[in-house]
Design a protein around this ligand. Structure first.
Ligand code: ADP
Ligand code: MG
Length: 715
């Protein structure tokens, strides 16, 4: 336990400190600050960087400036009901200025006659005098010999505690603790990190500062360089600890788990590839080779294949599955929906037509008897390839000799990537496929123990998708455009966020306004599209009905499909080139891009028009603007990540990872990448961090991550 001379430790409760007192401790508790540790590690959410003080005679209207002076004539100059203006004069040997505060009468409590202050803000000329409205004011004690205004931390506040008070509280509590903190980064590591950081343009001096210095400078930065160094050290430490945990995890996967080595000779490769109806793209070939390398090993492949919608992931999956069969093993492909599972089942049947490979399908609409038969045939080894919905496959199914498990359309981050599918104590190889490209920082954190393959180029001959933001009054013209495309023989999707209008949801105040597929279907099939064959699809329909509607659309018996996002994943109807999305602000960016991907499957140009409902016009929505401008799924994912912030993706619940304390996964992605490579290097050299000077670091890594990443004993 860390203790200072007065017997205060990091765990001392704030309420027990006389300098804080019960009342203030209660207020601090409201924002989760209960102990000395909490205040010590309270990270300022921002800093104030005041301009250096100038003389009154050098002030220029509109140019930010600071001024040190003494208060003369402070008074509340006018007050009517609920309104007040507090004004004061700040003077020094170079002249005087006026400062003004509207409706902040409490200012009079601190800005008092004869006090020395430093003010910062942007002056305005008022009559003959410069005036600062709502400047930052620092009350200077007599001992504060200010030559340069200090960089001031801005802390998160709670009701009843002002910024000035918070600054004092934090410092009072924190400054006694700096010397007693445990340093987890030995000097050699701090030095090495500084060198590597400078290589990526982050300058922190010769070595990252020690923990005590870093925290002291974080709360009271002597200058900007020290602040950068302090923050960098703490960010690096946080990310490095996480990356060490992931590196340990990754290494253990390769040393502790066993999978069947499934090798591919040139002959096997040729036999598989010859079954494909087209040439592989360069990226598909490269990815397949990566997978061949992985699957030949005797520990499980753990690979994530990311590729934009339509980039051709299915064929890569089929390759991996056929490689297993060629090695006399079974393979399973899991899809998120039954519609998609059936589509994959058909693709597999087509690709393997005339071969001896036996393919099974397991999904919800089968009868209990049919399901039982499939499950038995899997256990006995009669079925080589199994396609099914995830929901069913997560249950208890015994494979005779499972070689590879492919999980399609996995875009729920953090869902356990490794399903419990083992046969006879041996793990299968895993290939997880996602059409939602993962931002770099997420790939390096949540998927930090996974290998990553990417399909960037699209198969040749793809039409481009034109994206339009539809203003309300365009609707009639847009439906005319849709009719023209239908007359040319194309098909169209119409997507709405809700199944039915009556579906009441608490958080929607204007429920009637939300487009529902039922009302849209009604409206279109009696109005703008009444001369066309319009179908309806949503998740609440029975499975057979869904399947039959999809079938009718695929065979062009239906020209228009009004649907919820059930069509989002994977559906492949190349002739569908027009899409209308209603209530678009209710969808996430990744989801909209997924939807749009449905109409870029053939060689005709696609057209998607997004309409919003309610009061908002689409161009007012940041996400929709990004959608219009960006067609590259990777760029889009990064933009989405920036707009939503990492919290959303890395939320504790979804990811199982602890929230970041100081690191910002968007802003600090370069430091993250560096921490990752340094962590990997360290684990390669010292897999269990057993070097004596790493004991404290190891302790921290295991305390924070052992449970989350299943790393075993802390000991
Ligand atoms: P996704 O990555 O979205 O799952 P799919 O695997 O469904 O994409 O592929 C989209 C379409 O592209 C399919 O019709 C598929 O047959 C076709 N395709 C895939 N690879 C190629 C290729 N190398 N050349 C031509 N067409 C391809
Ligand atoms: Mg797919």
């Amino acid at each position: 336990m860390t203790t200072d001379h007065a017997g205060t430790s990091l765990n001392t409760s704030l309420a027990s400190l006389p300098a804080i007192g019960q009342v203030r401790a209660g207020k601090l508790q409201k924002i989760g600050l209960g102990t000395v540790r909490d205040l010590l590690f309270l990270f300022p959410r921002d800093y104030e960087f005041p301009a250096p003080p100038t003389a009154v005679t050098d002030l220029r209207e509109g140019v930010p400036a600071s001024l040190v002076g003494t208060i003369a004539d402070a008074e509340i100059v006018s007050r009517s009901v609920g309104k007040s203006v507090f004004g004061a004069i700040v003077e020094n040997e170079t002249g005087s200025v006026r400062i003004l505060f509207f409706n902040q009468p409490f200012r009079a409590e601190s800005i008092k006659f004869d006090r020395r202050v430093m003010i910062s803000g942007t002056p305005k000329l008022s009559g003959l005098r410069m005036e600062f409205v709502h400047p930052q004011v620092t009350i200077l004690g007599d001992e504060d010999e200010i030559t340069k205004p200090r960089i001031l931390p801005v802390y998160p506040l709670t009701e009843g505690i002002k910024q000035i008070e918070m600054r004092r509280l934090v410092w009072d509590v924190a400054h006694g603790m700096f010397d007693s903190l445990t340093e987890v980064m030995p000097p050699a590591l701090r030095k090495a990190a500084a060198v590597r950081l400078s290589e990526i343009g982050i300058i922190v001096g010769e070595s990252l500062p020690e923990i005590g210095t870093a925290l002291s400078d974080l709360h009271r930065p002597p200058d900007e360089a020290a602040l950068v160094a302090a923050r960098t050290r703490l960010v690096f430490q946080e990310l490095f600890a996480m990356q060490l945990a992931l590196a340990i995890k990754r290494r253990r996967l390769t040393t502790e788990l066993r999978a069947p080595p499934l090798t591919s000779t040139a002959m096997i490769d040729a036999r598989i590839v010859n079954r494909f109806p087209f040439e592989l793209t360069g990226d598909q070939r490269r990815t397949i080779d990566e997978i061949r390398g992985d699957m030949a090993c005797q520990f499980p492949m753990n690979r994530l294949l990311q590729g934009d919608v339509g980039s051709g992931k299915t064929i890569v999956a089929i390759y991996a599955m056929m490689l297993a069969v060629a090695n006399d093993h079974q393979a399973v492909l899991m899809a998120p929906t039954e519609v998609l599972a059936r589509q994959h089942f058909e693709t597999l049947n087509k690709t393997l037509e005339g071969s001896k490979v036996r393919i099974g399908l397991l999904c919800g609409s089968l009868s209990a008897g049919e399901k039982r038969t499939v499950i038995e045939e899997i256990a006995s080894g009669e079925i080589d390839l199994l396609v099914g919905t995830q929901a069913l496959l997560y249950g208890e199914i015994d494979f005779k000799r499972l070689g590879v498990c492919v999980i399609d359309e996995q875009h729920k981050f953090g869902v356990a990537q490794r399903v419990k599918l083992r046969s006879g104590g041996i793990d299968p190889h895993y290939l997880v496929m996602s059409a939602t490209p993962i931002p770099r920082s997420v790939a390096m954190t949540m998927f930090g123990d996974v290998e990553l393959s990417t399909l960037r180029d699209k198969p040749p001959g793809r039409g481009k998708v034109n994206t339009y933001l539809g203003r309300g009054q365009w609707k009639q013209r847009w439906w005319a455009f849709v009719r023209e495309r239908l007359d040319e023989g194309r098909q169209a999707f119409v997507v709405a966020p809700r199944v039915s209008a009556v579906e009441a949801s608490e958080d929607d105040d204007a429920n009637e306004d939300i487009a529902s597929v039922e009302s849209v279907f009604e409206e279109l099939s009696t109005g703008p599209l009444k001369d066309y064959r319009v179908g309806l699809l949503h998740g609440r329909m029975p499975a057979e009905e869904k399947q039959s509607v999809m079938q009718q659309f695929a065979t062009e018996q239906l020209q228009v499909l009004v649907s919820t996002t059930v069509i989002e994943v994977g559906i492949n109807v190349p002739n569908a080139t027009v899409m209308t999305i209603l209530g678009a602000q209710r969808f996430g960016l990744a989801q909209l891009h997924q939807l749009r991907g449905r109409i870029s499957r053939g060689s005709h140009a696609g057209h998607v028009c997004v309409f919003t409902d309610g009061e908002i016009e689409p161009e007012e929505n940041e996400r929709l603007k990004v959608l219009e401008e960006t067609h590259d799924g990777f760029e889009l994912a990064e933009a989405d990540f920036r707009l939503r912030g990492p919290g959303d993706l890395l939320g504790r619940r979804q990811s199982g990872m602890p929230p970041m304390w100081i690191a910002d996964l968007v802003r600090d992605v370069e430091i993250l990448a560096l921490a990752r490579s340094m962590a990997q290097e360290m684990i390669e050299e010292d897999p269990e961090l057993s070097a004596s000077d790493l004991a404290a670091l190891r302790d921290q890594v295991f305390r924070r991550y052992a449970k989350r990443l299943d790393l075993g004993d802390v000991a």
